[in-house]
Design a protein around this ligand. Sequence first.
Ligand code: HPA
Length: 270
Amino acid sequence: MTLLQEAVAFIQKKVKVEPKIGLILGSGLGMLADEIQNAVTIAYDQIPHFPVSTVEGHAGELVVGELEGQKVITMRGRFHLYEGHALESVTFPIRVMKALGVETILVTNAAGGVNTSYEPGNLMLIQDHINLMYRNPLIGPNDASLGERFPDMSTAYDVELRELAAKLAAAQGIKLQSGVYAAVLGPSYETPAEIRMIRAVGADAVGMSTVPEVIVARHAGIRVLGISCITNMAAGILPQPLSHAEVMETAERVKGDFVQLLHSILKELR
Ligand code: HPA
């Protein structure tokens, strides 16, 4: 058995439902996992070959069950390259989800606003991304049973799912921007000069996650919907320095709208 098959076999022994939708929840949204019904929770450190968070006290867990009538699998706690994880580790959970039956993932994150018309607290539908991590999780021998060697990325973020999210946000009076997400390695925030560069190359928001997971998901033929919470304006736009505290505060402030939007998307998703 491959490492992937061992991890999947372990989870399948504990979980009877076949999840169709994967949720990867960014900063402050982990509580959505608490609302899952008939939940089976599995700590990452129990699952063979699963990465374990380097952040103390945040071992992380998978929660499988039902939400808005959908069979879901949620990652409570995700992995970042800046923690020192290898790309294979960061994206292993996506491969596991695929093998369990997941067809669609909803991925959320916190991001800095690069587009100066954005405001902290806005939500942004990810239209497309720019990989400024300069690393690709598909480097290495390609396992053709998982996906093709040169996967297409021209519509990495599913057009129909984006339309659905925009429609539902409008119906609920939730402001939803639409823009390009640039992924950087972090963990230091960008300099003002880097933000000018990132704006010049065509990005509207910047963050330290998501792109590796999306590349692996598209390789596996999983549909992707991505939404960022603009938690702060990126470096150099406002006079004050950036802080993790501001990121967490804004994420907390917007949580209500964000969770409501995710619920409505889950309810309508086919
Ligand atoms: N830069 C990078 N990552 C982020 C930011 C930012 O300004 N805000 C939240 N995540």
